[in-house]
Design a protein around this ligand. Sequence first.
Ligand code: NAD
Length: 451
Amino acid sequence: MASVAHCKAADVDRAVIAARRVFNAGTWSRAEPEERKEVLLKVAELVRKHTHELAVLESMDTGKTINDCMDEIGGEVPNFFQWYAELADKTFGKIAPTGPGALALITKEPAGIAGAVLPWNFPLVMAAWKIAPALAVGCSAVLKPAEQTSLSAIRLAELREAGVPDGVINIVPGFGETAGKAIGLHNDIDTVSFTGSTEVGRMFMRYSGDSNLKGVGLEMGGKSPFIVLDDALINDDLIEHAAMSAFWNGGQNCTANMRQLIAAPLVEEFTGRILERVKAFKLGDPLDPATDIGSMITKDHKAMVMNYIQSGVDEGANMLVGGASDLPGYFIEPTVFQNVTPEMKIAREEIFGPVLGIMPIKTAEEALAVASDTEYGLHATVFTQDIDPAIHMARSLPCGTVSVNGFSEGDIKTPFGGYKQSGSLARDNGTEALGQYLQTKTIWIQTKAVL
Ligand code: NAD
């Protein structure tokens, strides 16, 4: 049992004052880039040193498996700090072409105070996605973890030996309605990066309009397709990707490929193989290294996912395996539906739980039409042996990431974000993420030609 402080607007205000004080002092914002690099490299080292402790904390707080937590906190999280640390002294401005009468410099400056509001499904990974680029360019950060999962971010901020100056990282745990809203509406926060549901993402747009028109970067929900064209080989590799794309993190993943659009002649073979694989998943104690799938985040979330499963049954889809687990706690068996049709609720709405729906498709064009008929646009996977349809699908699918012949979200180096109502034009990850935390300034210097 742990108890966590619940920050109110006044606490967010105090955090912003501290962040602004250090930003204006320039201790971090105008430090030599090499200095910021060195400190952020130490943060990466500290996370590596504390991986076990942070991973156990994360697993207990979320119900995620200890293996996933070890991978994330031993790998992705410190690698993020390291990658952006190394960018700190390698990001250049530009000089625009002019005649001899001027020198035009296009320079980048830290945006100021960066707010970050996080979801509960990858707590420390999401914290690293936001803090690492923000700090690398010189911003100060005010970060609100999800109320369900505040512990790892708080512990990260306690690892002070790296030497991040006071006020540069501020963690304000609390509820969305209070702490989250206070960040959205704060007149002295310059930019906010939000990851969470589309519903709350909309609120951040409104908060910005109702306050200081701060920049808003949004990464939101998805309803991503996994498309298997008729020339694909249904082998172990494809089945592993299909299963992991849907059930990784118990399906509590914004890129979860829950709509599996399978070429009609392959449906029978695919269904048999995926059922075999799904039955091999071990559901159970998140702290047991033998566990593949842990628990749902909360009792309410489990109930919501179970409602979706019931709606699939009520609307006539055929549930082949899955449903509520007998285990005490918030567990749901990995669930597979057959004969899902595009108008069903389980085919249209983000479930955020372990529910895979198989939808037969006749042609690549039909797959494209069904896959695109959604308000979301975060991710898609396409399996085919033929390069031409692979490229056609990749270019045509309206989403931020298309993964060909394997399910992947990309890596640190590749931008991540959504089309349509899955995101704003902002991106996390890669050099593109820096754009969320930078201002662009033109310095136009009138010059006289010297002969
Ligand atoms: P959520 O939108 O309910 O909460 C996200 C954050 O917003 C939390 O910190 C919460 O406290 C805060 N919040 C809630 N109400 C608020 C309000 N009125 N004002 C200000 N802040 C508020 O989302 P969740 O349930 O934590 O996470 C699940 C969602 O996140 C899913 O839709 C999922 O697809 C999405 N997600 C997207 C990505 C991505 O990168 N695109 C990654 C992970 C999760």
